[in-house]
Design a protein around this ligand. Structure first.
Ligand code: DGL
Length: 275
């Protein structure tokens, strides 16, 4: 069978937290990871720009024979996915699929919240898009009564600059966590709505009350993908399964390899491509 991997796209390194879990749960599947490191971050960019960049990446991954693409980036899922699914896919590749990370997270919230009060931490772009509150209303089966959000613009740079364990990181994490609990002190479920935030979990957990469930997306996306592939055997049959893992970046491969190893917890060898 020719290579037809699952494409995993992110604005940069962050989506590797999702890829890591996908590989753990679906080790026999082939994956092609694309990080748009040359144009990261997406979190502060406009709708039009995030849509254009994400569409370019999707077209590229289709040209690499990916029958299914996971948009691992929350910002791109929030700002571009719906347009791509509704406007572009029907004429670009009606037999292919592009999925995001917001819907699986929302479905998981519906399964675990006890009081229906949810908090979302994300980039300014994700928060401003309103995607989480909208999707929680739509797909959480009436289980969510209130959603509060908090933009955490400094968390991505803290992770990217490997400042995870520092006092600086503790200061900003504490501040944003206090802010979101000031918006709703009763919330019982907190979504880490950004690819990078799982790397800050040690800091985040210090400031979140113990009874609050913190949702990291990687594992959720992996579980929901398994479920999706079981429900769509025709798609499952089109994905090659030789356990191959390929990495591509729009920036320097050497830089990517170094930082990606931090996210993946294993050595990474990538190649540079142009979108
Ligand atoms: N991947 C982005 C997200 O999950 C964070 C990094 C960025 O802003 O590009 O929202």
């Amino acid at each position: 069978m020719a290579d037809s991997p699952i494409g995993v796209f992110d604005s940069g390194y962050g989506g590797l937290t999702v890829l890591k879990e996908l590989v753990k749960h679906l080790p026999q599947y082939d994956f092609l990871y694309l990080g748009d490191n040359a144009r990261t971050p997406y979190g502060t960019r406009s709708f039009r720009v995030v849509y254009e960049y994400t569409l370019q990446a999707v077209k590229y991954l289709f040209s690499q024979d990916c029958p299914l693409i996971i948009i691992a980036c929350n910002t791109a899922s929030a700002k571009a996915l719906r347009n791509i699914q509704q406007l572009d896919l029907p004429h670009l590749a009606p037999d292919k699929r592009v999925l995001g990370v917001i819907r699986p997270s929302v479905e998981k919230v519906a399964e675990i919240t006890r009081n229906g009060r949810v908090g979302v931490l994300g980039t300014p772009g994700t928060v401003l898009s309103g995607s989480y509150p909208i999707e929680l209303q739509k797909w959480a089966g009436g289980k969510v009564n209130s959603t509060v959000q908090e933009a955490c613009p400094l968390w991505v740079p803290l992770v990217e600059n490997n400042e995870i364990e520092t006092e600086g990181a503790a200061y900003f994490v504490k501040k944003n966590i206090q802010n979101i609990f000031a918006k709703d002190k009763e919330l019982d479920t907190l979504i880490l709505g950004c690819t990078h935030y799982p790397l800050l979990i040690g800091q985040i957990a210090r400031f979140v009350p113990e009874h609050v469930r913190i949702l990291e997306q990687g594992k959720i996306v992996a579980e929901k993908l398994i479920d999706y592939l079981q429900r769509h055997p025709e798609m499952d049959g089109r994905i090659s399964k030789t356990g191959r893992l390929k990495f591509q970046t729009t920036e320097s491969a050497d830089n990517f390899n170094e930082k990606a190893a931090l996210f993946m917890g294993q050595p990474v060898v990538s190649e540079t491509i142009h979108l």
